[in-house]
Ligand binder design. Structure first.
Ligand SMILES: Nc1nc2c(ncn2[C@@H]2O[C@H](COP(=O)(O)OP(=O)(O)OP(=O)(O)O)[C@@H](O)[C@H]2O)c(=O)[nH]1
Ligand SMILES: [Mg+2]
Length: 344
């Protein structure tokens, strides 16, 4: 199942059922009064966010969603049945926008967060409502109100506590698979990851954090080079960034330079991204025997820039428990509500 983060759909709420024109018919009552019941309300269009979905993929197969119409009223003052609502399930982090104007209509940020986007049409009133002193037998009733149809644009901006960033091939997905329940593709070439992945880190006390892995960022990413820029929107709403750096094979020949290339791409995408809390994770220390960079010194250089720094091997697992503990201490206590989004 592919990762899709945009979709266009059309929704319609149900029409209200018509009110009924009817008169009582009883033996010995020659001219019964009006007894036409009201029409039922049309169904509403609801949206509900769920953690069970992570992509808008399903909307490439189905694009039209309609709630049920209300049923007409009947005689003997019987009201028509209400139309059933339609509930559209979307992944957590879905923005619902007006398809014509782009206006933001809803932002579904929590699991099971449900909203009524469009109400169904009111049912029409039956003829019994229209009886007056001069017209005791009204031969009319109200029509049901029409439901509303709307074109919508859905946009997904993942909601995760932690975002993993870094150059291609740095070991981001390997780390994701170490820390969480996710099984991303891992391979020794750049751009192995083609779409964001979400994982959940579960701690011993059963508290948890969600973590998102995105494709690697290269110089020029903000101008469309590579894939990373296309997906940077998915770390906009993480509160914490984990920056993975490859110590064995820095792409620019220097770990600090690699770091600043990625930082610059974040800043160019949106300056708020580099204001997020960020921890530096120096990866592949198992290979450091070969070129023996002084890891302590490298970490100090990052400390001097104001960043905390940890050294690990995502492959052997060295330092990963410490990193997990660090994330627990640093990220868990903070409010887990996502930051307010912005439009770039
Ligand atoms: N020796 C060693 N190899 C590692 C380590 N972490 C990752 N690798 C290897 O590095 C290669 C790239 O790993 P990935 O996890 O796919 O890297 P990525 O950052 O997700 O790459 P992209 O998705 O292409 O951006 C794979 O061959 C991994 O096995 C490590 O700590 N030590
Ligand atoms: Mg990857």
């Amino acid at each position: 199942m592919g990762f899709v983060d945009e979709a266009e759909i059309t929704v319609k709420s149900g029409d209200g059922g018509a009110g009924c024109i009817s008169f009582r018919r009883e033996r010995f009552v020659p001219k019964g009064g009006p007894d036409g019941g009201d029409g039922g309300r049309g169904g509403n269009v609801l949206f509900k966010a769920t953690r069970r979905l992570y992509s808008l993929y399903d909307f490439s197969a189905r694009r039209y969603f309609k709630a049920e119409n209300g049923r007409p009223g009947r005689g003997k003052n019987k009201a028509g049945k209400k139309g059933r609502n339609i509930e559209i399930l979307v992944p957590v982090g879905t923005l619902v926008k007006d398809g014509e104007t782009g206006e933001l209509l809803a932002d579904l940020v929590h699991d099971n967060h449900q909203i009524v986007l469009i109400e169904g049409g009111e049912g029409g009133k039956g003829n019994k409502h229209f009886a007056t002193a001069t017209n005791r037998a009204p031969r009319f009733a109200q029509k049901g109100q029409k439901g509303k149809e709307k074109r919508l644009k859905l946009e997904l901006k993942l909601i995760a506590d932690i975002g993993i960033i870094g150059s291609p091939n740095a070991g981001k997905s390997t780390l994701l698979s170490r820390l969480s329940n996710a099984h991303p593709k891992i391979a020794d070439y750049p751009f192995t990851t083609l779409a964001p992945h979400l994982g959940v880190i579960v701690f011993d006390d059963e508290q948890s954090l969600t973590i998102a892995d995105i494709p690697g960022l290269v110089e020029g990413a903000s101008n469309g080079k590579g894939l990373g820029h296309r997906f940077l929107q998915h770390i906009e709403r993480t509160s914490f960034l984990l920056h993975v750096l490859d110590i064995y094979h820095p792409r620019s020949g220097d770990v600090l330079k690699d770091f600043s290339i990625v930082q610059e791409e974040l800043r160019l995408f949106h300056p708020s991204l580099i204001k997020k809390d960020q921890v530096i994770v120096i990866n592949k220390i198992d290979l450091n025997l070969v070129n023996s960079i002084d890891i302590g010194e490298t970490c100090h250089a990052f400390n001097d820039l104001g960043f905390e720094c940890l050294a690990i091997s995502a492959l052997t697992g060295e330092g990963v428990e410490e990193l997990k503990q660090f994330l627990k201490d640093r990220v868990l206590p903070s409010e887990k509500t996502p930051e307010v989004s912005y439009s770039p």
